[in-house]
Design a protein around this ligand. Structure first.
Ligand code: PLP
Length: 438
C-alpha cells in the first residue's frame, strides 16, 4: 500500500494530456519508460526547464535529477547552447550536405580525446551502436557478438537480447519481432565474471567479432566494474582477434571528456557516443582508429548513412556543449559537487542504519535498496526492492524532486545544479528515506 507523508501534487493537466496522448501513441508515450509504469501515478508532462529546474503542465516545480536521461550535463536552457542554436536557426535547419560545423565538432572532440582518430556522426545512441556492431563484423569478417546481462545498447535487433540460462548461452530475444536467428549471433554473459568471459572465447574461438560493454553499466542500476576486470576484457579480446566496443552513450563526456576509456586507461577498438555529445539535440557518434574507420562507406565497404546526420542545429548545440566541457576543472568541480552530495546522503543512511546504498561515479548516482556492499551484476539486484524505490519516488515528486521513473535508472547531476539545489534536494531525500523506512 502507498504510504505518503505529503499530499500528492496536482496532476490534473498532466493527466488530461496523458489521456489525449493515449489516443495517439502506444501507451501514451514515444519511449516506454516515460509511461511511469514502474512508479506511482501517471507521467508528468513537462512544460519547460531552466538550469536544474523543470516545471510541469500543472506548474509544479522540480529539481531535476533525470536531466533528459543524461544529455543535459549543463542543465536546462543553458545560455551558450541556446545562443548557438538560435544563431544557427536563421541559417537553415538541414542541408544534407557537409557543413563547417561538423568539422568544428569533430575537431573539438578528436583533439581532446586520445582514444579515437576518426568519427562519424549519426542521430541517436541506438544508431551509433548499431553501426559500430556492423563495423566490427565487417572488419573482422566474423558474425557473433558478446554482450553483458544488464547492459543496454539501444533497440537494434542484435542487441535486444537477454541472457539464457547457464554460464554461456546463446541469447534469447528480449523483444517480440527480433528473429531468433539474430539472437543466435548474440551471446550474453554476466558482468564481472572472468570465468564466463574465458569460457565464451574457448567455445566460440574465431567466431566473435566484438565484445560490447557500457563504459560503466548504468542502465540497469549502476554496476561499477573493477578496473582489473575491464583490463582482462581488453586482454582477452586482443588475444582472440575480437574487437572491444565501449558503448559510451552515457559515460562519454560524463566520466570526463574522454569518458570511460580514460577512466579505465583502456584503449577500446570502437567507441560509441550519444546523449551529451548533442547537448540535448539528437546526435550520436562512433569513433575508432583511422584504419578501422576506413572500412566505413564511402571509403570502405561497411555501409552507413543518414539524411539528418551531422545536422547543423544539433552540431551547434554539441559544439557549444563541448566548449564548456573542455574548460579547465569542469569535471573536477562537477565531480566534487556530486561527491559531497553523495557522501552526505551516505552519512545519513549510515547514521540511521537504513538498508539502502547510494552508488556513484563522476556525476552519476544510484540508490539501491540493498544490504550488499557492492552490486556488480544485474542478477544481484533484488526486483522486490523496487517497491521501496516507488515509495521514495512518489514522496520525492511530492516534495519537488524529480528522479527518473524507475528504480533501475541512475540519476545525474549537472553543472547547473547549485549548492542550494543540492542542499534542498538532500533534505527532501532524507525525509523520503525516513518515510520509506519509517
Ligand atoms: N547505449 C547506452 C549505453 C544507452 O544508455 C542508450 C540510451 O539510453 C543507448 C545506447 C541508446 O541511445 P538512444 O536512446 O539515443 O538511441
Amino acid at each position: 500500500s502507498a504510504r505518503t507523508k505529503t499530499a500528492d501534487i496536482s496532476r490534473e493537466k498532466s493527466a488530461q494530456l496523458f489521456e489525449k496522448a493515449k489516443q495517439y501513441f502506444p501507451g501514451g508515450v514515444n519511449s516506454p519508460v516515460r509511461a511511469f509504469k514502474s512508479v506511482y501515478g501517471t507521467p508528468l508532462f513537462i512544460e519547460r526547464g531552466d538550469k536544474a529546474h523543470i516545471w510541469d503542465a500543472d506548474e509544479n516545480e522540480f529539481i531535476d535529477f533525470c536531466c533528459s536521461w543524461g544529455p543535459l550535463i549543463l542543465g536546462h536552457n543553458n545560455d551558450q547552447i541556446r545562443e548557438a542554436v538560435t544563431a544557427q536557426l536563421s541559417k537553415g535547419l538541414s542541408f544534407g550536405a557537409p557543413t563547417a560545423l561538423e568539422n568544428e565538432l569533430a575537431e573539438l572532440i578528436i583533439s581532446n580525446n586520445r582514444f579515437i582518430e576518426k568519427i562519424r556522426f549519426v542521430s541517436s545512441g541506438t544508431e551509433a551502436v548499431m553501426s559500430a556492431i556492423r563495423l566490427a563484423r565487417g572488419y573482422t569478417k566474423r558474425d557473433k557478438i558478446v554482450k553483458f546481462e544488464g547492459c543496454y545498447h539501444g533497440h537494434s535487433d542484435s542487441l535486444l537480447v537477454k541472457a539464457g540460462s547457464g554460464l554461456v548461452t546463446f541469447g534469447e530475444t528480449s523483444s517480440a519481432g527480433v528473429p531468433k536467428a539474430f539472437a543466435d549471433e548474440t551471446i550474453v554473459i554476466a558482468l564481472n565474471d572472468k570465468e564466463a568471459l574465458t569460457a565464451v572465447f574457448d567455445q566460440f574461438k574465431d567466431q566473435i567479432a566484438a565484445v560490447i560493454i557500457e563504459g560503466v553499466p548504468a542502465n540497469n542500476g549502476l554496476l561499477l566494474q573493477t578496473k582489473e576486470y575491464i583490463h582482462y576484457l581488453r586482454e582477452i579480446t586482443t588475444q582472440n582477434g575480437a574487437l572491444l566496443i565501449f558503448d559510451e552513450v552515457i559515460t562519454g563526456f560524463r566520466l570526463g571528456f574522454e569518458g570511460a576509456a580514460a577512466y579505465y586507461d583502456v584503449q577500446p577498438d570502437i567507441i560509441t557516443y550519444g546523449k551529451i555529445i548533442g547537448g540535448g539535440m539528437p546526435v550520436g557518434a562512433y569513433g575508432a582508429s583511422k584504419e578501422l574507420m576506413s572500412c566505413i562507406s564511402p571509403d570502405g565497404s561497411v555501409y552507413q548513412a543518414g539524411t539528418l546526420s551531422g545536422n547543423p542545429v544539433a552540431m551547434a548545440a554539441g559544439i557549444a556543449t563541448c566548449k564548456v566541457l573542455t574548460q579547465p576543472d569542469f569535471y573536477k568541480n562537477l565531480n566534487a559537487k556530486t561527491e559531497l552530495f553523495v557522501s552526505e546522503i551516505r552519512n545519513y543512511i549510515e547514521e540511521k542504519n537504513y538498508e539502502v546504498k547510494i552508488f556513484t561515479i563522476a556525476s552519476i548516482f544510484w540508490f539501491a535498496f540493498t544490504d550488499q556492499e557492492a552490486i556488480l551484476k544485474a542478477s544481484e539486484i533484488d526486483p522486490n526492492s523496487m517497491e521501496l524505490y516507488k515509495l521514495m519516488h512518489r514522496e520525492l515528486l511530492n516534495r519537488g524532486i524529480y528522479f527518473g521513473p524507475s528504480g533501475y535508472e541512475v540519476g545525474f547531476i549537472s553543472h547547473a545544479h547549485t549548492n542550494e539545489d543540492l542542499i534542498t534536494a538532500k533534505q527532501h531525500i532524507f525525509a523520503a528515506l525516513d518515510l520509506v523506512f519509517g
